[in-house]
Design a protein around this ligand. Structure first.
Ligand code: AMP
Ligand code: GLY
Length: 420
């Protein structure tokens, strides 16, 4: 069997690595992949927004299954496009991807199906938005409607913050804005919850907590994610049941009533308040670095899970997990998330020996003349499984020390809420 993976980050390397364990797979292609995937797959340099070129390559190389990692091609309808050409694709279609592509779509669904979420208002122009925010209680949250790569969310402490947010959004900072969203500020602890579904059966796919801020103590600018741990310290059977029955099931049912089938991973971003879950956002894909954190715990064939999902037979698939804790630390290029250098040599990366339960996934890397160079801000992901988080983190520190990459940095406090 031949498989294609769309994307080039740590998430896609982790998926590639897990699929490579399957004996059924003869060849993996990554579009465009990174230096890590190039060791186990063939990297194909095609722009992932060029659906037509992707389709032509997939057809002429007789690829049996395509997995889409990132949200942008999903929201832009890559699944619909490839399926029109009879290609087997894992991932939600364009209508289903509105769950991430339009916050207003999701909020309206929440309202219709009484899914717990922050109270909200939708505003079509500056005047209406200002009229509301001038009289509102603070803090409050203002959001752009569409995809904004993790930006486009403003936590406003006062009227002036709101004024700036409204102006920037309607001025097109995150793309043309027809609407914006004003939300009540929820006070609780965040948790990421993952499921996989074929539109009929819903299966749990782990929980995690990530660290989005660049500095230790969860301070400084937002990033794509500096590290994560799984499971979340908040999860228990009772909360699990509430998340499934109050949030996930009504969402999948609501989509079905709109004539939309959801197939793929669904990332449920939650705020947990006094033991009750509230939806903050949906992402129509696995998280990054949550995917790298969760997949090493998977004790079933990822290929079989993807195939069952695409065939609508997820009910017949058992998903087993190792009873271990997992921690992931992201090594970044110095300067990230502001300006940073690229094409920095990572000299001894391929000399690092990994023991059982240790994983090294590449993110922003590229291979030139068989040497590994950085090509992005988030460069490497070190993951360890262990019976406890502290030991997992110590093992990762040992690995990173062996790397001795002077141009990189990482947060030493990942998982502090479950360790210190
Ligand atoms: P989003 O892109 O919607 O996930 O928002 C990004 C981040 O903003 C979330 O991970 C939360 O930390 C924060 N956030 C978003 N909405 C709210 C809210 N209603 N109350 C409190 N924090 C929020
Ligand atoms: N780690 C957050 C995300 O993948 O969106």
């Amino acid at each position: 069997m031949k498989v294609g993976i769309i994307g080039s980050g740590g998430r896609e390397h982790a998926i590639c690595f897990a699929l490579n364990k399957s004996e059924k797979i003869k060849q993996i292609y990554c579009f465009p992949g990174n230096a890590g995937t190039s060791k186990i797959a063939e990297n194909i340099s095609i722009d992932i927004e060029d659906f037509n070129r992707l389709k032509n390559f997939i057809i002429s190389n007789k690829i049996d299954l395509v997995i889409v990692g990132p949200e942008k091609p999903l929201v832009n309808g890559i699944v619909d496009f490839l399926e029109e050409h009879n290609i087997n694709v894992f991932g939600p279609n364009k209508s289903a991807s509105q769950l991430e592509g339009s916050k207003i779509f999701t909020k309206n669904l929440c309202e219709k199906y009484q899914i717990p979420t922050a109270k909200f208002g939708i505003f079509k122009d500056t005047k209406g938005a200002l009229h509301f925010t001038n009289k509102a209680n603070y803090p409050l949250v203002i959001k752009a409607d569409g995809l904004a790569s993790g930006k486009g969310v403003y936590i406003c402490e006062n009227k002036n913050d709101s004024k700036i947010a409204i102006k920037e959004i309607f001025n097109g900072k995150f793309g043309i804005a027809h609407n914006l969203l004003v939300e009540e500020f929820l006070v609780g602890e965040e948790m990421s919850y993952f499921i996989i579904t074929d539109g009929k059966t819903i299966k749990k796919f782990g929980t995690a907590q990530d660290h989005k801020r660049v500095l230790e103590g969860d301070l400084g600018k937002n990033t794509g994610g500096m590290g994560a741990y799984s499971p979340s310290r908040l999860i228990n059977d009772e909360l699990d049941e509430k998340i499934i029955t109050r949030i996930v099931e009504p969402t999948i049912r609501g989509l079905k009533e709109l004539g939309i089938k959801y197939k793929g991973f669904l990332y449920v971003g939650l705020m947990i308040i006094k033991g009750d879950p509230y939806l903050i956002e949906y992402n129509v894909r696995m998280g990054d670095p949550e995917c790298q954190t969760i997949l090493p715990k998977l004790d079933s064939s990822l290929l079989n899970i993807f195939l069952a999902c695409c065939e609508g037979k997820l009910d017949q698939c058992t998903i087993k997990w190792l009873d271990k804790k997992s921690l992931c630390i992201v090594v970044c290029s110095k300067g990230y998330p502001n300006t940073f250098k690229k094409k920095l040599l990572i000299e001894n990366i391929e000399d690092i020996k990994l023991n059982a339960d240790e994983y090294l996934y590449h993110a922003g890397t590229t291979r030139i003349n068989n040497k590994v160079f950085s090509s992005g801000g988030r460069v490497l992901n070190f993951v360890c499984l262990s019976k406890d988080f502290l030991e997992a983190r110590k093992k990762i520190f040992n690995l990173i020390n062996k790397l001795s990459w002077n141009d990189g940095f990482y947060r030493k406090d990942i998982g502090y809420k479950v360790i210190d």
